[in-house]
Design a protein around this ligand. Structure first.
Ligand SMILES: Cc1ncc(COP(=O)(O)O)c(C=O)c1O
Length: 421
């Protein structure tokens, strides 16, 4: 009789999906906060200086404090946060910006959107974060900045990278879109370099549906960022003078209110997910053929995604895709979407990088690139969303038992029909 659920056997983690908390999720307190904005008549930050209290301004301060930064400048989403930060640091036409190839595309398109060229580099295999030596090798006389994404919550190696950036006079932009709560040597990330950005899009660990913020410890950069965010107009009582040409990056008071309320409730959620992530990592690493991201005493990280590295040779040659099918059949809803390296995205592979780059600029041969660690990691990675880190221990044990069951019955999997979705 079949043992594996993919062959009709009983699912090992049949009860797991019912244990997952809904996400996003609003409490009564969140609802009240939104209704207060609705009734206040102050839906937009502009003009809040006339006696109205701005939730967005309050959130700027609270979130910056939470991430150990001096200034926060909220914006509409994490993508424009990156663009605004590059603009504030004076990165523009024809400059080169070093970005890892294994990240969300916005880490690189922030460069093209300000007229700069993304130079794509490799990652470290055991963390997924940008490799310091790859950065060093990619520096030319046109390099002006480096973008350092937190890899699904895991921070880059600041000890190795910041001195290289300093030595070569490069601006450092952290893309901490997924790094809320992550710490490097006891300090939360986001203002480790010149500027850092976060996303509050619906899937993130704290969310207002869409939203983002730019953090910095630099007073002058903060002032410039606020001007850029506000169409070139200074914050405070409404004036009709625009000091620079810019765009409107602002978020609404609804977003500010929701984020303020969610931030209050965030610390225990982060701690639960972090503790559970450590427990799950300890358990799955006991299985030959499964590894997780490197544990580093300098790092305390929020697992926006729980990342496993799958070694198919330890699983009788079963491909990752086939293993994922079997795991999903057991009731463990690992992410199905295959990520793409940035140089394989159509826009980059075909050179369709929009109209913002200077005409005639020679671009790297993105289509011809092959970065070995990024390619290898992409082939091995299996991810679970952060709500899996919010179930109780019995749920985490179901995940481990499902993997063990597949391993024990791997021969059965070799002959099982593929599930066509
Ligand atoms: C690493 C990274 N950078 C930037 C972004 C863009 O954020 P947003 O979706 O808020 O525009 C994301 C979103 O998922 C991301 O994961």
């Amino acid at each position: 009789m079949a043992k594996l659920a993919i062959n009709g056997g009983p699912a090992e983690a049949a009860e797991l999906s019912a244990m997952l908390p809904p996400w996003p999720h609003a409490t009564e307190k969140d609802r009240r906060a939104l209704l207060e904005v609705l009734d206040s008549g102050q839906w937009c930050r502009v003009g809040a200086g006339k006696g109205g209290w701005s939730r967005v301004d309050a959130f700027d301060g609270e979130f910056a404090k939470f991430q150990d930064a001096k200034h926060g400048v909220s914006v509409a989403n994490g993508t424009v946060a990156l663009e605004l930060a590059l603009r504030a640091m004076g990165i523009g036409s024809g400059d080169e910006v070093i970005v890892p190839a294994l990240t969300f595309i916005a880490s690189a398109t922030c460069a093209t959107e300000v007229g700069a060229v993304p130079i794509l580099v490799d990652c470290d295999h055991d963390t997924g974060t940008v490799s310091a030596s790859s950065i060093e090798e990619a520096i030319t006389e046109r390099t002006r900045a480096v973008v350092l994404p937190a890899y699904h919550g895991y921070p880059p190696d600041f000890d190795a990278i910041l001195p290289i950036a300093r030595k070569n006079n490069l601006k450092v932009l952290e893309d901490a879109a997924t790094g809320v709560g992550t710490e490097w040597k006891g300090r939360r990330i986001g203002a480790m370099g010149d500027m850092g950005t976060f996303s509050f899009q619906q899937a993130k660990l704290i969310t207002s549906g869409e939203g983002g913020i730019v953090l910095t410890n630099d007073d002058k950069l903060a002032e410039t960022a606020r001007l850029i965010q506000n169409i070139g107009r200074v914050h405070g009582p409404l004036v009709n003078d625009f000091l620079i040409t810019s765009s409107n990056y602002r978020m609404t008071e609804f977003q500010g209110a929701l984020l303020l309320s969610m931030l209050e409730d965030l610390p225990p959620q982060l701690e639960l997910k972090r503790r559970n992530g450590e427990y799950l990592a300890d358990q799955v690493e006991k299985i030959d053929g499964i590894k997780t991201q490197k544990r580093d005493p300098r790092v305390k990280f929020s697992r926006y995604k729980f990342i496993m590295r799958y070694d198919q040779t330890a699983f009788g040659g079963i491909t990752k895709e086939r293993f994922i099918e079997a795991l999903r059949a057991e009731g463990v809803g690992v992410d199905e979407r295959a990520a793409k390296l940035i140089y394989r995205q159509t826009a980059f592979a075909t050179g369709a990088l929009g109209t913002t780059l200077p005409k005639g600029l020679k671009l790297p041969d993105y289509a011809g690139m092959f970065l070995p660690n990024s390619e290898a990691l992409l082939k091995e990675e299996i991810m679970l969303g952060h709500t899996y880190m919010a179930v109780d221990k019995s749920g985490l044990d179901m995940i481990v038992a499902s993997i063990e069951k597949i391993k024990t019955n791997v021969d059965e999997l070799k002959v099982a029909p593929s599930i066509k979705r």
